[in-house]
Design a protein around this ligand. Structure first.
Ligand code: GDP
Length: 300
């Protein structure tokens, strides 16, 4: 099935109607743009992003590139495809590596977003490329989080640094710093710091994440977001951008997302690129995010 099934079939239906026509009148273009707008809004895409997107599509669809095209409808689909790639981030942005290892990656996001699972996925993916990541357990809020990180570390076959009783337990900032120091001593070339989330945006959580960021000076701060939360993703992303100033986004649970609202909004709203997508509970259900591939899967 196509990615974001509901959105995908809405757009495909719109284009089916358009293809039945030969030359396109301004009214045809307006009708199509209106349908695209409705489809995006129903998919929970942020209103500003929808306005911007449909404005660009409309302007281009009324312009010369469509007028002169042998197949105007096909040209409109091409324009939508290009604008989708743009809204998803344009060129793919790769993970930034530190000049002097270790590369420090901090994960931030709400509880349940999929951070701990992602830590395992990222570690396994990096290990597969010959790296030696160290997972650092700084989610000391959720009773089971450290144990859960231990489980994914074992599954991924990578090392973990976790607080020992009486040795800084309860202070995630200290644990994070010690974790990075441990990575230097033991020559791990990547450090992945799992942090605590709450069910909703919370000042204390944000301060903790911000303190960990200051203490460890990460090369990447990845904001992990459950794509199923739809429109709420925008407000959450803005709060985290203000609170921790993340460098990139990881979308999780794309396997269950029929609408795509978070995926299509996040770049426009935060200006930060989506780096990875998580597509299931298993450690291999994970891939670098390619805007062009995602766009063509939507228009499949
Ligand atoms: P955390 O609180 O942010 O650390 O979130 P967890 O890593 O504990 O994930 C919360 C739940 O979401 C767990 O049951 C995971 O198995 C599940 N999960 C994480 N990523 C994905 C994903 O991409 N797809 C699906 N379907 N489930 C996921």
């Amino acid at each position: 099935m196509a990615t974001f099934g509901t959105l995908s079939s809405r757009l495909t239906d719109t284009f089916k109607n358009l293809r039945a026509k030969g030359k396109l009148s301004a009214a045809d273009v307006d009708g199509t743009v209106r349908e695209i707008r409705r489809a995006l809004l129903e998919a929970d895409v942020s209103l500003d992003v929808v306005k911007d997107f449909t404005g660009k599509v409309r302007e281009r669809a009324l312009g010369d590139e469509v007028n002169r095209a042998l197949n105007p409808a096909q040209q409109v689909v091409q324009i939508v495809n290009e604008e989708l790639i743009e809204v998803l981030g344009g060129d793919q942005r790769r993970l930034q590596f530190a000049k002097n290892p270790p590369t420090v990656i901090m994960l931030a996001g709400l509880q349940g977003a999929g951070k701990t699972t992602l830590a395992g996925k990222l570690a396994k993916w990096l290990k597969g490329q010959g790296h030696t990541p160290l997972l650092v357990a700084c989610d000391l809020q959720r009773p089971n989080a450290v144990t859960q990180l231990g489980v994914v570390a074992e599954q991924a076959g990578v090392a973990i640094f976790a607080p020992e009783p009486g040795n800084g337990v309860g202070d995630p900032v200290k644990v994070a710093k010690r974790g990075v120091a441990e990575a230097k001593t033991k020559q791990h070339d990547f450090v992945i710091i799992d942090t605590a989330g709450r069910l909703g945006v919370d000042a204390e959580m944000m301060k903790q994440a911000s303190d960990i960021r200051k203490a460890t000076d990460p090369d990447e701060v990845l904001f992990v977001i459950d794509s199923l939360i739809g429109q709420d993703a925008v407000a959450t992303a803005q709060a985290f951008q203000e609170g921790v100033d993340f460098t990139g986004v990881v979308l999780t649970k794309l396997d269950g997302d029929q609408r795509g609202g978070a995926a299509l909004s996040i770049r426009g709203v935060t200006g930060r690129p989506i780096l990875f997508a998580s597509t299931g509970e298993g450690l291999d259900d994970f891939e670098p995010f390619h805007p062009d591939r995602m766009a063509s899967r939507i228009l499949d």
